[in-house]
Write a protein that binds this ligand. Structure first.
Ligand code: UDX
Length: 440
């Protein structure tokens, strides 16, 4: 089948490449000519394991191309996926829909035959219905809007797109309108449906809310264990042992119970805030008031790590030499959007420390958002004469570190494990002062 994908960020580029991998004839569209040129050359403009192979294979097969030309895309297909960003608005909690609106406002008037816009972006509930009205008001032909939220995790984007846990398709209440959309989307995902991946048909609002509530649940699970972590710190209990024991209860499950510096990235933090903002607009703010506490617990972990670093440096960070290992919001990603690691590095610098950051993939992006920090090209360069070493993203390169690797370079044998990813006993046995979160 033919389809287009508007937006070529983490979501859009992955979706375009994976739809081509399923055998479809795909055009990826973006307003940024730099991104389009890179993708057309087979280069993924961000770090995502496995994506470049899929991209190159499908470019070579002639099933995938990229353009900045909306008119070209409008005529290419009847199915137009929408995968642009919905960032947090400046100065408020709500999601900024300007990119979503820009696509619809540009595309709709260009359509020459009936078409469908299938949203993949995370949007506040009610957006899809409003976009339907907006698109039809501007189009010369009939336009359907459906919502097919994406649940991919960065670092596993290809796997999550080609083998998702489930697919959700939200359709207009008008069955006649939506039957045509359902038929096309079933055809696009035929291989996935044949592989017995659950395919759930819902109304538009439910589909939008599934995505938002999934992310709110994940954020809540992480903040739950981090709140318990605070109690562990007050009593001398061990949150990792506790999480292991909780996880054996199949109703709870061990995943997303890793206590530490908490969640960041382009999705969970902004999605819970947008959920609160939208619920407020709908008069249901009391229903999700607990998410404010989820956010507060999460942010408190960051200041806790700054306090731990100060304590490790004798009570003050002023003039201290601090090594920060990790800048990405999680391993296997170069994404530093709302990165807890980079946020902590910045706060420590504000307390007067000299901070040197090393990350295997995210230094370039970090430099762009935080140019005042020092950046190293290796662990040993970052840790050179450090008064304290902070491990803030659990890259394999860091979890594999041994005291013998750092002994020759640091000034003080003090390490803070912000992700509870190191073997505390081994570091202590080697004479290091080890501090973790929620561990004695
Ligand atoms: C998330 C959702 O998982 C995905 O389904 C959705 O489509 C987009 O948002 P992503 O942002 O890629 O994906 O990252 P995820 O793996 O969920 O991790 C989010 C943050 O939570 C990271 O900062 C990670 O370090 C943190 N985290 C995760 C924890 O602190 N503890 C955990 O146990 C798990």
């Amino acid at each position: 089948m033919r389809c287009t994908v508007f937006g070529t960020g983490y979501l859009g580029a992955t979706h375009a490449a994976c739809m081509a991998e399923l055998g479809h004839d795909v055009v990826g569209v973006d307003i940024d000519p730099g991104k389009v040129a890179k993708l057309a050359d087979g280069v993924v403009p961000f770090y995502e394991p496995g994506l470049e192979d899929v991209l190159q294979r499908n470019l070579a097969a002639g099933r995938l191309r990229f353009t900045t030309d909306y008119a070209d895309a409008a005529t290419h297909a009847d199915v137009h996926f929408l995968g642009v960003g919905t960032p947090q608005k400046k100065g408020e909690y709500g999601a900024d829909l300007k990119y979503v609106h820009a696509v619809v406002d540009t595309l709709a008037p260009m359509l020459e035959r009936p078409a469908m816009i299938v949203g993949k972006s995370t949007v506040p509930v009610g957006t899809a219905a409003a976009l339907g009205v907006r698109a039809r008001a501007q189009a010369k032909v009939d336009v359907e809007v459906a919502w097919n939220p994406e649940f991919l995790r960065e670092g596993f984007a290809v796997q999550d797109t080609l083998r998702p846990d489930r697919m959700v398709l939200g359709l207009d209440h008008d069955r006649e309108r939506s039957a045509w959309v359902e038929e096309h989307i079933r055809e696009i995902y035929a291989d996935l449906i044949a592989a017995e991946i659950p395919f759930l048909l819902t109304d538009l609002a439910t589909a939008e809310l599934v995505k938002v509530s999934a992310n709110a649940f994940l954020a809540t699970k992480i903040s739950f264990i981090n709140a318990v972590s605070e109690v562990c710190e007050a009593t001398g209990a061990d949150v990792t042992m506790l999480a292991d024991a909780l996880g054996y209860d199949a109703r709870i499950g061990r995943r997303f119970l890793n206590a530490g510096l908490g969640f960041g990235g382009g999705c969970l933090p902004k999605d819970i805030r947008a959920f609160m903002a939208r619920s407020g607009e709908l008069g249901a703010d009391h229903a999700v008031a607990f998410l404010r506490e989820v956010d507060n617990i999460n942010m408190r972990r960051r200041t806790k790590v700054v306090d731990m670093a100060a304590r490790a440096c004798g009570g003050s960070l002023l003039g201290a030499n601090v090594a920060v290992l990790g800048a990405a919001f999680k391993p296997e990603s170069d994404d530093v959007r709302d990165s807890p690691a980079l946020n902590v590095a910045g706060m420590i610098q504000l307390h007067g420390a000299v901070v040197t950051v090393y990350d295997p993939k995210a230094v370039e992006n970090s430099r762009r958002v935080f140019p005042t920090l020092n950046y190293a090209t290796s662990v040993s360069e970052a840790c050179d004469r450090a008064d304290v070493v902070l491990v803030l993203t659990e890259w394999n390169e860091f979890t594999a570190l041994t005291p013998a690797d750092l002994d020759p370079v640091v000034r003080s044998r003090s390490i803070i494990d912000g992700r509870n990813c190191l073997d505390s006993a081994a570091w202590r046995a080697a004479g290091w002062v080890y501090a973790g979160l929620g561990t004695p």
